[in-house]
Structure formats: structure tokens, C-alpha cells
Ligand binder design. Structure first.
Ligand SMILES: *[C@@H]1O[C@H](CO)[C@@H](O)[C@H](O)[C@H]1NC(C)=O
Ligand SMILES: [Cu+2]
Length: 178
């Protein structure tokens, strides 16, 4: 009995020493300026088919809005502190379906006439860790306008998809580890 307890204790202790895989991460979205009522919650769940990003965003205007992982967790200055789209390999901005795209390029979310965007998709570049190309400890940002996914005819299209201001953001944090 004692041996079993000891083994269990060592196991649970060592879990905090090892590089445990993150199973689920989450982000709570809000407008840090406090000037709008945007709220949202997304979960990032590791699956065999990549990371599933699912949840709901409330209080944004009807239509498409760029939704990206941005560089840092510093969401001050109304989300601008988070920097640009998370781009660890320094490639042009694109669609999540493109072969070449930044890790942060997660396309658009679509809000209905009630301002509700239901989000549910899989991504195979997103990594739930804190490595140079991992998204834990970075932020997720919702933009004012539609992301043109790099298809616009100007320079901005290849960096931010012409999706305008930042309307909500939050830090991507660990929810559950193996
Ligand atoms: C995210 O995961 C947590 C914990 O499992 C759960 O309580 C919550 O409802 C989930 N949220 C969404 C939007 O799926
Ligand atoms: Cu962005």
C-alpha cells in the first residue's frame, strides 16, 4: 500500500517537472478599453486532427471579422500591445487553408445579426506550448473588419489582411494538462 502511495506521489510530483502536454487552453475575450460589450470564450483542444478551436463570441457587429493569434500576451493599449499576427517563421499573411501562412492566421469568424459568432474549426499549425512557435502565453485578437486572407491588392494584405482595428482580445492560457 505504502509503495503504491509513494509511486502515486512521485508520479504526480514529476508531472510538474516534466514537459506535460497541454490538452486544452482557453482565451477569454474582452475589449480592454472597456468601451464595448464584447465578450467571448474559446477553447483550444488538442486532438488527433490538430487543435480544435471552439467557442462563442458575443457583442460584435454582423459579418466577418479577422481572428488571429497575435505575438504577445501584453494586451495593453486596447490590444495593440499584443503586436502583430504571430509569425514565428516570417512568412506572408494568408488563409488558414494556405500551405504558406503565419501560425497566427486563423481566418475570420462570422457574426450573425445578433452579434454572435459561433467558432468551431481545426488548425494544424497551432501548437499548444510555449516554444517559439507555440501559442500559449500569446493572445487571440478579433478585428473590426474582414480579413482578406492575403488576397487584397496592397502591402497590408500580406501582413494583416486589411482587417482594421482591434475590437477584443485575451491571453491564451493553459486549462488542462496531461
Ligand atoms: C471550455 O472548456 C471548459 C472546461 O472543460 C468548459 O467548462 C467550457 O464550457 C468550455 N467552453 C467552451 C466555449 O466550449
Ligand atoms: Cu490580427
Amino acid at each position: 500500500m505504502f509503495k503504491v502511495l509513494l509511486a502515486a506521489a512521485i508520479l504526480s510530483f514529476s508531472c510538474h517537472l516534466c514537459n506535460c502536454a497541454v490538452k486544452t487552453a482557453y482565451v477569454h475575450l474582452r475589449d480592454p478599453s472597456g468601451s464595448t460589450e464584447v465578450t467571448g470564450e474559446l477553447n483550444f483542444t488538442q486532438t488527433a486532427n490538430g487543435v480544435r478551436i471552439h467557442g462563442k463570441i458575443l457583442g460584435i457587429h454582423e459579418g466577418l471579422h479577422g481572428g488571429h493569434v497575435h505575438e504577445s500576451a501584453n494586451i495593453g493599449r486596447s490590444c495593440a500591445g499584443a503586436g502583430g499576427v504571430f509569425n514565428p517563421h516570417n512568412v506572408p499573411h494568408g488563409s488558414p487553408k494556405d500551405k504558406i501562412r503565419t501560425v497566427g492566421d486563423l481566418g475570420n469568424v462570422v457574426a450573425d445579426e445578433y452579434g454572435v459568432a459561433v467558432v468551431d474549426f481545426f488548425d494544424d499549425l497551432v501548437r499548444l506550448n510555449t516554444d517559439v512557435d507555440g501559442v500559449i502565453g500569446r493572445s487571440y485578437v478579433i478585428h473590426e473588419k474582414e480579413d482578406d486572407l492575403g488576397r487584397g491588392n496592397n502591402k497590408e494584405s500580406k501582413t494583416n489582411g486589411n482587417c482594421g482595428g482591434l475590437i477584443a482580445c485575451g491571453v491564451i492560457e493553459v486549462l488542462e494538462e496531461d
